[in-house]
Design a binder for this molecule. Structure first.
Ligand SMILES: CC/C=C\C/C=C\C/C=C\C/C=C\C/C=C\C/C=C/C(=O)SCCNC(=O)CCNC(=O)[C@H](O)C(C)(C)COP(=O)(O)OP(=O)(O)OC[C@H]1O[C@@H](n2cnc3c(N)ncnc32)[C@H](O)[C@@H]1OP(=O)(O)O
Ligand code: FAD
Length: 659
């Protein structure tokens, strides 16, 4: 008798959900942060999912031009809905997230507006922000150039003050000074915050931000002296190709003096340069803001991939039956669990550390308002380091989820190839991850060097103050092992650098070790913030227990993966390392019955997941089968090109065989 496998698969997810040992609704609240956050996200996700304009299942089949036009259409429609429904800022931002298609609006709201808010004077904010808020202008963030991205101080574009006309002259002196990469620049933006070297009274004062109009507000044509366009197709089908990353050159373009962003420094009518009494690093403030939001974004991307892989692993069966009985769900294989459950735990870990980072960012911003700059370094180290560690781990994890879904994971309809292609540049944009980790390492070295002078480290570096204890102790407690590992790696680096002929040379020579020390420090922060979270009062049947399990999985998996560091620094003994691995296996067994419910708690709609493998109803096989027929290649039974290339070939072979 034929078995209806499709019906059986659907039942599987229902059975998984019934077996869960905790209250999923309460876990949704723990994940989202509050009942309100669950409700508003749910409302916005459903609003998007139910609107045919926001359809995205055909995205990978569109040409670049059609995809870009589709992005413009979606952005305009989203804005229309935001205005019609009078959505709040929170609702509007969620709506954009669920539209889930990179486009100029991301940079307009994500970087152009924050740059003006952070670096513009009150007067400048009054003038420009209302225009941006109503989309009367569209802005982007034009910093990176063809020749320099990481080294911001190496940018070449010039902004030379002309006291005769009270204007700045913006110019691209070389090919390598062409702005290159800014999202939204290629085709959509009318304005940009342009970063350029400020030159006045014959002196170069380094990089500053300027608001520059690029295109006519009448017909969108480039203004005189402005050359601009798109930089070309990018990795993956669909994916980030919806974004018009652009190229821009200036030929002596004049802007009024008051379009220099003047909160941090000013140029007077006479051309005198005046530095405000604020640290010049605030110029990098927009990047700090975006880096913290990228950390929150990491947990979203990772949880989407994990949701797809967990649900599909509960549906997919291979082997395990000798006599025609049911085969084993691949989720039951220990290897599948040991690859997948650490990623599930990481999604939760990144979510909570992202929340904490958002708190830190808000706190630092409030302090800056009252001219307290004491936490600026902490904000830089945490945003740079967490951005680097979470994006690298997430990109790797999405690819691992694709492999965990076997062959079907390679299909566009699984959603995973596009998710990876959209996500992977996060390891590069807003600061290459290696460059950012080296920033963390510099701060670690500075902190170690200050220990001898008795200066007590604060914030996330405070553990380094326990240097006497941590350098000697045998670590029984989990966090202590993480602290000892991070501190000992940093101290080793500092000692090695100290032996070099000069500090810079030593830093350069030891940079691979410094990277690892920075990663150890950041992993300590992630583990610590997860532990702090599970120590909070978390309501809901079984919710705290599940989070405790996931926290242990994250910590022990990280420990297992980096066991070499823990052993080499003497922070753990080989026996402790082996015990940790034993413990990990037991934890996976506890996660197993709860896995499907733990991904349900992300509360993603099928539209947002965009995956036939991750469907909530588990009806994977009919959906996969149906999806295949939608491919444009299946529009005709006999393919285009048959008469030109296949038929002559086949006829020729037929003739030859008759000879
Ligand atoms: C589909 C979208 C998906 C996800 C996005 C989700 C949410 C985001 C929301 C909106 C955004 C929308 C879309 C995002 C997608 C793409 C956008 C991408 C945009 C970009 O990429 S913009 C360009 C980014 N560029 C960089 O990040 C460049 C990296 N380089 C640098 O930051 C600096 O050059 C570097 C490496 C820090 C070096 O700086 P510098 O040359 O000045 O020298 P030092 O190293 O000596 O530093 C001097 C001193 O300053 C301190 N410091 C450095 N940086 C900072 C900082 N940011 N804040 C505070 N302090 C800083 C440093 O520690 C030194 O201190 P010291 O003197 O030692 O005390
Ligand atoms: C999708 C996407 C969107 C972007 N959007 C924008 C945007 O909107 N606006 C904008 O201004 N920019 C944007 N960028 C540019 C982005 O910020 C830069 O690409 C990024 O900062 C990295 O700089 P780079 O390209 O110069 O890399 P490079 O610095 O050239 O990196 C090349 C290699 O050199 C290594 N390296 C560099 N310096 C060091 C060092 N000191 N020590 C050790 N190794 C080093 C790196 O690790 C890397 O392996 C975007 C980029 C991408 C990919």
């Amino acid at each position: 008798m034929a078995v209806d496998h499709a019906a059986a698969e659907v039942d599987h997810l229902a059975a998984e959900r019934a077996a869960a040992r905790f209250d999923v609704e309460a876990m949704k609240i723990a994940w989202a942060g509050s009942r309100h956050a669950v409700d508003v996200a749910d409302r916005m996700a459903r609003l998007v999912a139910s609107d045919p304009v926001f359809r995205k299942d055909n995205r990978t089949m569109l040409s670049r031009k059609d995809l870009f036009k589709d992005t413009l259409r979606k952005a305009a429609h989203a804005w229309k809905r935001i205005v019609e429904l009078r959505l709040t800022e929170e609702e509007a931002s969620l709506l954009r997230q669920y539209v889930d298609q990179p486009g100029y609006v991301d940079l307009h709201w994500g970087m152009f507006v924050p740059a003006i808010k952070g670096q513009g004077t009150e007067e400048q904010q009054k003038k420009w922000l209302p225009l941006a808020y109503k989309f009367q202008i569209i802005g982007c963030y034009a910093q990176t150039e063809l020749g320099h991205g990481s080294n911001v101080q190496g940018l070449e574009t010039t902004a030379t003050f002309d006291p005769m006309t009270d204007e700045f002259v913006i110019h691209s002196p070389t090919l390598t000074s062409s702005k290159w990469w800014p999202g939204g620049l290629g085709k959509a933006s009318t304005h940009a915050v342009v970063y350029a070297r400020l030159i006045t009274e014959g002196k170069d004062y380094g990089i500053h931000g300027f608001i520059v109009q690029l295109r006519s507000l009448e017909d969108h044509s480039p203004l005189p002296g402005v050359t601009l366009g798109d930089i070309g197709g990018k990795f993956g089908s669909g994916a980030y190709n919806s974004m018009d990353n652009g190229v821009l050159r200036f030929d002596h373009v004049r802007i009024p003096r008051d379009q220099m962003l003047m909160r941090l420094s000013q140029v007077t009518r006479e051309g005198k340069y005046v530095q405000s009494d604020v640290p010049k690093q605030l110029l990098y403030g927009t990047m700090v803001y975006v880096r913290q939001s990228i950390v929150a974004d990491a947990s979203k991307a990772l949880s989407r991939a994990v949701c797809i892989a967990v649900r599909y692993s509960a549906i997919r069966k291979q082997f395990g039956s000798q006599d025609g009985g049911p085969e084993t769900q691949v989720l039951n294989y220990r290897t599948q669990q040991s690859r997948l459950f650490p990623l599930l735990a990481s999604a939760y870990a990144f979510r909570f550390v992202g929340d904490w980072l958002n708190w830190l960012y808000t706190d630092v911003t409030q302090k800056l308002e009252v001219k307290d700059y004491s936490t600026l370094q902490e904000a830089h180290a945490c945003t740079a380091g967490l951005k680097a560690v979470t994006t690298s781990a997430t990109a790797d994890a999405i690819e691992e989820c694709r492999k965990l879904c076997g062959g079907h994971g390679y299909l566009n309809s699984s959603g995973l190839p596009e998710l990876f292609a959209v996500y992977v540049p996060a390891c590069t944009y807003e600061g290459d991850n290696v460059v950012l980790l080296l920033q963390v390492a510099r701060i670690l070295m500075k902190t170690v060097s200050q220990l001898t002078s008795g200066k007590q480290p604060v914030g996330t570096m405070a553990y380094m103050g326990k240097v006497q204890h941590l350098m000697q102790s045998k670590c029984a407690v989990k966090t202590e092992a993480f602290e000892a590992r991070a501190l000992r790696m940093a101290v080793n680096c500092a000692q090695n650098i100290g032996q070099a002929s000069n500090q810079e040379e030593g830093f350069y020579e030891r940079s691979p070790d410094l990277l690892e020390a920075a990663v150890a420090h950041i992993q300590l922060i992630i583990v610590t913030k997860f532990i702090e979270k599970v120590h909070q009062d978390i309501p809901g049947h079984g919710v705290k227990e599940q989070l405790q399990n996931l926290c242990n999985v994250y910590a022990l998996y990280t420990l297992h993966k980096h066991l070499g560091d823990f052993l080499a620094t003497g922070s753990l003994t080989p026996k402790q390392g082996a015990l940790a691995n034993e413990q990990l296996g037991k934890l996976y067994a506890q996660v197993r019955p709860n896995a499907v419910a733990l991904v349900d708690a992300f509360n993603y709609t099928d539209h947002y997941l965009g995956s036939v493998l991750g469907r909530y109803d588990g009806n994977v096989y009919p959906a996969l089968y149906e999806e295949a027929w939608k491919d444009p290649l299946n529009e005709t039974v006999v393919p285009e090109g048959y008469h030109e290339y296949l038929r002559p070939l086949l006829k020729q072979q037929l003739k030859l065989s008759r000879l």
